[in-house]
Ligand binder design. Structure first.
Ligand SMILES: *[C@@H]1O[C@H](CO)[C@@H](O)[C@H](O)[C@H]1NC(C)=O
Ligand SMILES: *[C@@H]1O[C@H](CO)[C@@H](O)[C@H](O)[C@H]1NC(C)=O
Ligand SMILES: *[C@@H]1O[C@H](CO)[C@@H](O)[C@H](O)[C@H]1NC(C)=O
Ligand SMILES: *[C@@H]1O[C@H](CO)[C@@H](O)[C@H](O)[C@H]1NC(C)=O
Ligand SMILES: *[C@@H]1O[C@H](CO)[C@@H](O)[C@H](O)[C@H]1NC(C)=O
Ligand SMILES: *[C@@H]1O[C@H](CO)[C@@H](O)[C@H](O)[C@H]1NC(C)=O
Length: 405
């Protein structure tokens, strides 16, 4: 009985996951002006998109007064995102179900848990029916204190999304811990941990290029880091570049504006890089190829294979090939390029070159051997990690008990 119920539930969940979403949290909350601040922050933290992507969830909203109290502490946007993600329960709790919780208490996993940034059980919310019909909620890491209450149901779309009002922001030291802003972010650590270690190490070894990246973190930066296999294969040629060439080459993989994947998908065209300065264009062309985004120079085309981070103002993507800037590798002509290439007049006056950037002409067009690593990108994109399967199972079975009644 229990087993078939679990199977049924899994079927239900997986079918729900494959269907396209029908709800729009921004629109649902827009009907309730008293929650406009909460709604606004769901949008700018990108949580709204994440909520719309899922079904069987509950959003615990707080009114504008409660949001003002939170904002008066001037948390960074990253901290706000952590706090608000604790307010999205990965299960459906309508008003009825809240008052009929099996045995009077349940633990619900939240989106904060699902991001993997919540240690231990910090990403779980305890829901308990109190005497007198009140329903109390509290983060599991809160020492057992339950001083936030269910106020009323705002919207219910059974069993896709329930939006409820709770009395105040769920207090959680873990979620409220200051989350480093972009300038404290260690880019090379993020790249190293996610299959761009060779590029990151090369960047670290070049203090000028490292500084250029670091200086652009706050104002907006998009990095396209070549995956380890292709970059390792390319290292001998990198070592052949002049010192100035090495710096420009490394800076060529950074763009001094934040570009989300959807922006990249919708905007084709030339893009300047951190290496661009006056006479030295060091640009490349972004071009959509179906669902893929490709980056092109005269001699190479690379494809974006994964997202390491995408948090305004910083995005880091992996690419499957080492993109060769024409300013450094102009001797190369791997394909008999048609003279009518739509690129800008690359062979036009190369007059005012200040630095000697070029490498010695290389005769080995043996490019990066990179065709594979799409699967690792898939891994990294699977942002959902459950560290507390035990708790999840409990909640699921509690819920199931209800369904079966
Ligand atoms: C619930 O979500 C499913 C899948 O996203 C969708 O097909 C269905 O229309 C939604 N139900 C309602 C009532 O919106
Ligand atoms: C959700 O609704 C808002 C406001 O109506 C709209 O701006 C936004 O584009 C919608 N999002 C989706 C994914 O449809
Ligand atoms: C409810 O409580 C009873 C006794 O305390 C226990 O045997 C039962 O397993 C609990 N049910 C759930 C679903 O946790
Ligand atoms: C929720 O918290 C209350 C009070 O601390 C506790 O008695 C109860 O066991 C907790 N519920 C769960 C499911 O852990
Ligand atoms: C990032 O971490 C590496 C070691 O992991 C360190 O060498 C480097 O200086 C750090 N960068 C910044 C900007 O703190
Ligand atoms: C490095 O440059 C030398 C001559 O300057 C050339 O012979 C050699 O092929 C180059 N090596 C690579 C890996 O490009």
């Amino acid at each position: 009985m229990r087993l078939s119920a679990v199977v049924f539930l899994l079927l239900l969940l997986s079918s729900a996951a494959t269907l396209s979403n029908a709800h729009n949290i921004t629109r649902l909350l827009a009907k309730h002006p008293a929650f406009s601040t909460f709604n606004h922050y769901l949008t700018i933290t990108h949580l709204a998109a994440e909520i719309n992507r899922r079904t069987t969830i509950t959003v615990c909203a707080v009114d504008n007064a409660a949001m003002s109290e939170l904002l008066s502490k001037h948390p960074s946007i990253y901290t706000i995102k952590n706090i608000l993600s604790l307010h999205v329960l990965l299960d459906y709790f309508g008003a009825k179900k809240l008052h009929q919780i099996n045995n009077g208490t349940a633990l619900a996993a939240t989106m904060f848990q699902a991001t993997g940034s919540a240690p231990g059980s910090a990403g779980f919310v305890n829901i308990t029916d109190m005497k007198g019909g009140k329903v109390a909620l509290g983060p599991e890491d809160n020492g057992g204190s339950l001083d936030v209450y269910f106020v009323k149901s705002l919207e219910e779309v059974p069993y896709n999304i329930s939006v409820i009002q709770i009395s105040k922001v769920l207090p959680s030291d873990v979620a409220e811990a200051p989350t480093p802003g972009p300038s404290q972010m260690n880019l090379t650590d993020i790249m190293s941990a996610h299959s761009c270690k060779v590029f990151a190490d090369t960047l670290l070894a070049n203090s000028e290029a490292s500084k250029t990246y670091q200086d652009n973190l706050d104002g907006g930066l998009t990095v396209f880091c070549p995956l380890d296999d292709p970059f390792k294969a390319f290292l001998p040629r990198f070592k052949n570049l002049t010192a100035a060439g090495k710096t420009s080459f490394l800076e060529f993989f950074g763009v001094p504006v934040y570009q989300s994947l959807s922006t990249l998908k919708s905007n084709n065209g030339l893009m300047n890089t951190l290496a661009t300065d006056g006479a030295n264009k060091f640009d490349f062309t972004v071009q959509n190829d179906g669902e893929d985004v490709t980056l092109k120079t005269k001699s190479t085309t690379a494809k974006i294979t994964g997202t390491l981070i995408d948090e305004q103002p910083v995005a880091v993507y992996t690419i499957n090939k080492v993109l060769l800037p024409k300013e450094l590798f102009k001797a190369e002509a791997p394909t008999p390029a048609p003279a009518s290439a739509p690129e800008k007049s690359a062979d036009a006056p190369k007059s005012s070159k200040s630095k000697d950037l070029s490498s010695a002409p290389s005769d080995s067009p043996a490019d990066a051997p990179a065709d594979d690593p799409a699967d690792q990108a898939a891994d990294e994109n699977a942002g959902v990690r459950f560290n507390g399967g035990r708790f999840t199972a409990t909640v699921l079975s509690l819920w199931l008990g209800l369904l079966m009644l």
